[in-house]
Design a protein around this ligand. Sequence first.
Ligand SMILES: *Cc1c(COP(=O)(O)O)cnc(C)c1O
Length: 399
Amino acid sequence: MTEARRNKLHKKISIDLAKRVKGLPPYLFAAIDKMKQEALKKGIDVIDLSIGDPDIPTPKHIVQRMKKAVENPAHHRYPSYEGMLSFRQAVADWYKRRFNVKLDPKTEVLSLIGSKEGIGHIPLAFINPGDVVLVPSPGYPVYPVATLFADGKSHIMPLIEKNKYLPDLKAIPNDVLKKAKLMFINYPNNPTSAVADRNFYKSVIEFAAKNNILVCHDAAYSEVYYDGKKPMSFLQIPGAKDVGIEFHSLSKTYNMTGWRIGFAAGNANALAGLGKIKTNLDSGIFQAVQEAGIEALNTGEPVLEKIRDTYQERRDILYNGLKNLGLKVQKPRATFYLWAKVPKGFNSSGFVAHLLENAGVLGTPGNGFGAPGEGYIRFALTVPAKRMKEAVQRIGKAI
Ligand SMILES: *Cc1c(COP(=O)(O)O)cnc(C)c1O
């Protein structure tokens, strides 16, 4: 059938994208992937340090548990909305062991289909049109986009070196505070690799209580740390549960990005609100994945230490390498990212393009995480040490 005849038979409709979709910036990593594909076409051997997706497989004991769980017909049915109680209990036990924080698994833990899912949905539960969400920038792009989807307005909290990449809460204007209902923070931080201390969390709790703002702390990298220095949980600070929740992910801790499992913990009312959205949109996590999640949360220290050692070796190669080349870099205490200033004469995207063309090394432009990231580049520690050494050598020749 010809196109013309088909058109005669079925009138084509023209559907315009919704404003909220039209208003979206192009997805950062789609643009980067396009650059990568073009470089590959030219025959460049690309060392990809752009995306934070672990290259190390999920530990074997977790895969084994999944294999068994898949055979259980009980898991083939719809899961419970809030997550299996046994998974939420495993989360509560993990919190007690790791942070000495007590959680009620029934009301203070909510299972998520990856933490991105919960972060993306939480504004729908609490934001009315015109309400303000406080958003760190540079930051995880989902915070402003989730705000946009809920018809909220993002107020940018710049993360800059001078303030150790912590937001300056005193700099937020009063008229913004009056409309602010929710705030995102994220430590250990993507993309700057900064870590927050007890005093910062204390000031956030005080600020949130005074201004009636729900704190959403994204702690996806709490277990990817170096030199044995464990980052703390926001919920360790007295009063935290009164004002907020903490998002965790099994993705980065156990190299499980593809499995889609995470959770939120803390304030029961906030979790109930998020749960209401989820009940109406999704039907929970495949129970076999939740069983594997229980196994993951009970992973022994030696397995986790090995993963951390792998990242630490790569961190040391890249950090020392770039420093010796004269670049200004932040030594990460956590996360698998390295945040570096681009050399004089370049902006973020210019330097990313220069490195790709002249070194075959792909980083992420800092401004892709928000305007205050301009002048920086982010490297992910997600290639083996040998490739990382080669990346350093090639960058040396290119700059
Ligand atoms: C990777 C990442 C997440 C999301 O991880 P999930 O796979 O969805 O659990 C959330 N926040 C930050 C800052 C991340 O880098």
